[in-house]
Design a protein around this ligand. Structure first.
Ligand code: ATP
Ligand code: MG
Length: 416
């Protein structure tokens, strides 16, 4: 029998539950990942003990009733958090998202039957071994995501499972079982009832995965149901091109979201991005990055040094490199050209090129002393000095900037 090495907290918690007469197992993702020889990122326990019995048994582990309605208590064992959930069955769901009632179950098999995919419906205990009533191990070997039970029913119970299916397929590099995939196509419309917050949380994990492009291509209508703005007016071909662009792009969430908004006519992209942001409500930074990328997708590509400096100054290092990657992903730059452009930007940064007026070797006060008028002229002069440094008309030294400032003042106020 396959042995799974448990975390110290999981081992200790199982041991104490069993010693008190409650069957207990580690369950779900931690078993799946252990069998795949991937390090589990957290350990969940399922047990016959009722929540109040878990609390009574683990008074020394700061029990927190994090999901008491679902029978979940979080325990802290030497700093490691473990969620302990009583065996349960979920009732039917009217909103396609939350079961209307949960009931405690008598056996681990019943508990596993409520879980989403066979590879997640695995439980293990050192004494009792692996519990695998739905063929999860075989599906792990065959690298398949397959629903536990009737897929149509399982997606109708909880539409979030549609997004979890593509997310696990991408994360694990698995295929979706044909019957599960067909049920996903049929149930896609239910995603309109899933909150933007949950869609966003799933996509954050899904989109950067290798293989995300292939799943985007296969399950287009499912993604459009989740975020209707992404349904490409230009037809399926535009979406397939975007999926391919995602596949070739760096594993960067804002960049890949922006690529999805670029599926379809260019003039509609900003509107699609705005509607997508309104639906998903990402943090301001992510939203800003997506909007900026979409807005600049068809902007002129900087070539000469002043334009490169202006580009870096306005977007910052990360923003500039991300935009280069986007241009490459949508085919505006060949791989070689993108690499040269990125290298050029990085070497400007390495040379310590001055990108803001604050970095100029001549201050606003110095400009006043040279005879500039107080007020907006100072800012315009500073900007012109910066442009002068970028174009090679001056270098960023006091003497060089002073002579350029004198020349500019002599020419009259620099144009804004
Ligand atoms: P990861 O933590 O890597 O995302 P996981 O499998 O641990 O993977 P969780 O979301 O932490 O996923 O859920 C833990 C377990 O709970 C799953 O393995 C699955 O058995 C079950 N589960 C979670 N969400 C659902 C759901 N929506 N429907 C049915 N079962 C679910
Ligand atoms: Mg988990």
């Amino acid at each position: 029998m396959e042995k799974i090495a448990l975390s110290p907290a999981a081992a200790a918690i199982l041991w104490r539950l069993e010693a008190a007469g409650f069957p207990a197992y580690v369950v779900g993702g931690c078993v799946r990942d252990s069998l795949l020889r991937r390090p589990p990122h957290d350990w969940d326990v399922t047990t016959a003990a009722r929540p109040e019995q878990v609390i009574a048994l683990f008074g020394d582990c700061h029990p927190v009733p994090t999901g008491i309605a679902h029978g979940t208590i979080t325990l802290f064992w030497e700093g490691e958090a473990v969620e302990v959930t009583t065996f349960r069955v979920d009732g039917p769901s009217l909103d396609h998202r939350h079961p209307d009632a949960v009931a405690f179950a008598g056996s681990v098999e019943e508990d596993l039957a409520r879980r989403d995919f066979t590879v997640n419906a695995l439980a293990y205990s050192p004494q009792r071994g692996l519990c695998d009533p739905f063929g999860g191990q075989v599906d792990l070997q065959n690298r398949l995501i397959r629903c536990v039970g009737d897929p149509a029913r399982r997606f109708a119970e909880d539409a979030l499972r549609l997004l979890r299916a593509v997310r696990f397929a991408a994360q694990l590099g698995f295929a979706v079982h044909p019957a599960t995939a067909a049920a996903m196509d049929a149930a896609a419309g239910l995603l309109s009832g899933v909150s933007g917050e949950r869609v966003l949380a799933e996509w954050r994990r899904f989109l950067p995965c290798p293989g995300a492009g292939g799943l985007l291509a296969r399950f287009g209508p499912l993604f459009w149901a989740a975020v209707p703005a992404l349904c490409p007016a230009g037809g399926k071909g535009a979406w397939l091109a975007a999926a391919e662009a995602v596949e070739g792009a760096p594993a960067d969430f804002p960049l890949r979201l922006a690529l999805l908004c670029l599926a379809g006519p260019a003039e509609g992209a900003a509107g699609r991005a705005e509607a997508m942001v309104a639906r998903l409500r990402p943090d301001r930074r992510t939203a800003g990055e997506v909007m900026a990328l979409v807005a600049a997708a068809h902007a002129p590509i900087p070539r000469e040094r002043p334009a490169l400096c202006r580009f870096l100054a306005s977007r910052g290092r990360e923003g500039a490199l991300r935009l280069v990657a986007l241009w490459q992903a949508i085919g505006r730059l060949s791989d070689g050209a993108a690499e040269r452009l990125a290298d050029g930007l990085l070497s400007l940064l390495e040379q310590g090129v001055c990108l803001t007026v604050r970095e100029l070797a001549l201050s606003g006060g110095d400009l006043l002393a040279l005879g500039a008028a107080p007020g907006p002229q100072i800012g315009r002069l500073q900007r012109a000095l910066l442009e002068g440094v970028w174009s090679g008309r001056a270098v960023n030294t006091r003497a060089s900037l002073e002579s350029l400032a004198r020349a500019l003042l002599g020419e009259g106020a620099p144009a804004p």
